[in-house]
Design a protein around this ligand. Structure first.
Ligand SMILES: [Zn+2]
Length: 471
């Protein structure tokens, strides 16, 4: 039997599905059966075709198409059954180990050639209202020294560290940041919901004991008297902390009202992280726009019956904001709704005590540059600047580039693959007056301790940065 006949007999290939010019794939016997030729005719035709294909293989036909090179591997018999005019490529699709290209191996290199204006520092002094110096650099004084030098280079006047907690941790964090850099850091406290209770026994948590909100209010008064500038609420409030019966604590539970009221009296803002990106509440399937990242961090998903819906979490938060008009609330991460800025705008219209900041959301804002630019200009008096840092310098520089240039199609993160959505962003080229508001003016108005630090930074700008400090 010839090679062609072997393939035909192993696989009952239909003539209509064979590439018309792939003679090596032709099988004569089914044709003969289909048109009812006498039994000897197929054999004769078969010999003819074999001779014809041999002459083609010897290069006697100037029209020999490349598609005659069918795969040799016996492991891919399906490949001869194709409607395509050409045979599938012999090389594996990822060029490496014979598999189809997996999403996790996809590293597209953009072929776009457009003007690029990378930024090495911010155009005006910056107050970063969303950083985590306790969780990210805890106890590492060298890393803090290095980051302050980075702040100098980038014209970051000061950072707001949101991880102060209360009690001993607050004392330690103040010492860590303020011994050398009191003028460069502001600290927010956190509520100690658990107290001396057991982590896995919600019934034992301090927040379920009588007088918790009043005790917390007292601790906050004390912390503010020692220089604390605000209160940070983490996303586990609404998605993690539990009641004694195992249900999740409600954000708008009236038990916590005295705490929000105290913050209003103390004139310190509450920065509140509620819910998360919309995709984290959807099934992790092929339609999920953050599938790549969720496949690496399935624990970031809040999909399913165990969690409240995203809408209900955001509505609960908004009810608290509405109930406490004298308390200023900062909705962290663009009030966690950067996918829908029109709705964030409605909230800002509805709640004059709501502010927002863009920490870890330039990935979202930068994929809707027209909408984001209009939104930020319109609400320029209510938007602060935040990053979720401390980040590597490369990441921070993308923030400056996003807000200050009209560059197109650049990354929002130094990480590969990009950590929060497999896309690039465009810059929004904000006017200078808007940049100043979001970079520092609004923070100086809202957060105690910022205005005097900013003034000191302007008076005595770091020598390591040769940028001009704008007045
Ligand atoms: Zn954060």
């Amino acid at each position: 039997m010839t090679a062609a006949q072997t393939r035909c007999s192993r696989k009952n290939v239909s003539i209509t599905r064979v590439p018309p010019r792939s003679f090596n794939n032709l099988c004569i016997f089914p044709i003969a059966r289909a048109i009812a030729l006498p039994p000897m005719v197929p054999a004769i035709l078969g010999v003819f075709v074999v001779l014809l294909s041999m002459s083609i293989a010897n290069g006697q036909s100037p029209e020999r198409p490349e598609s005659t090179e069918t795969p040799k591997s016996t492991e891919t018999p399906e490949s001869v059954e194709t409607d395509m005019p050409f045979s599938p490529p012999v090389a594996p699709l990822d060029g490496r180990d014979g598999r189809e290209l997996l999403l996790r191996n996809f590293r597209p290199q953009s072929q776009l050639r457009v003007p690029a204006h990378p930024r090495t520092h911010a155009a005006f002094p910056v107050v970063d209202v969303h950083t985590h110096f306790y969780y990210k650099l805890r106890g590492n004084s060298q890393a803090i020294d290095d980051f302050v030098k980075l702040m100098d280079r980038n014209q970051i006047a000061l950072c707001v560290s949101l991880d102060g907690k209360l009690g001993n941790q607050l004392d330690a964090h103040m010492k860590e940041l303020w011994t050398d850099y009191r003028d460069r850091f502001v600290i927010f406290a956190n509520i100690d919901w658990q107290g001396d209770g057991a982590a896995d026994d919600p019934a034992s948590w301090d927040c379920h004991r009588r007088g918790f909100a009043e005790r917390t209010s007292e601790k906050l008064r004390d912390a503010v008297s020692r220089g604390v500038s605000g209160l940070k609420i983490f996303k586990r409030f609404g998605l993690g902390y539990k009641n004694p019966d195992g249900s999740l604590i409600k954000i708008d539970d009236p038990r916590w009202d005295p705490i929000w009221q105290t913050c209003g009296e103390l004139e310190i803002p509450v920065i509140i992280h509620t819910a998360d990106p919309a995709a984290f509440f959807d099934p992790i399937d092929e339609t999920n726009e953050r599938w790549e990242e969720l496949s690496r961090h399935p624990d970031w998903s809040f999909y399913g019956d165990k969690f409240p819906s995203r809408d209900s979490l955001l509505a609960d938060r908004n009810r608290v904001i509405a109930r406490h008009p004298k308390t200023q609330f900062i909705g962290a991460h663009m009030a966690n709704n950067s996918e829908d800025l029109a709705t964030v705008g409605q909230w800002l219209d509805q709640y004059p005590n709501l502010w927002v900041e863009p920490a870890s959301r330039i990935n979202e804002l930068g994929r809707q540059p027209y909408t984001a630019r209009d939104f930020i200009i319109r609400y320029a008096d209510r938007i602060l600047f935040g990053t979720d840092g401390p980040w590597p310098e490369a990441r921070l520089r993308y923030y400056w580039r996003f807000f200050e240039t009209r560059d197109e199609n650049f990354p929002y993160s130094e990480k590969v693959p990009p950590p929060q959505g497999m896309w690039t962003i465009d810059g929004i080229d904000l006017p200078d007056d808007v940049l100043k508001k979001i970079y520092h003016e609004n923070a100086a108005k809202l957060i105690p301790g910022v205005a005097e630090r900013l003034a000191a930074f302007r008076r005595d700008p770091p020598a390591t940065n040769n940028r001009k400090v704008s007045q």
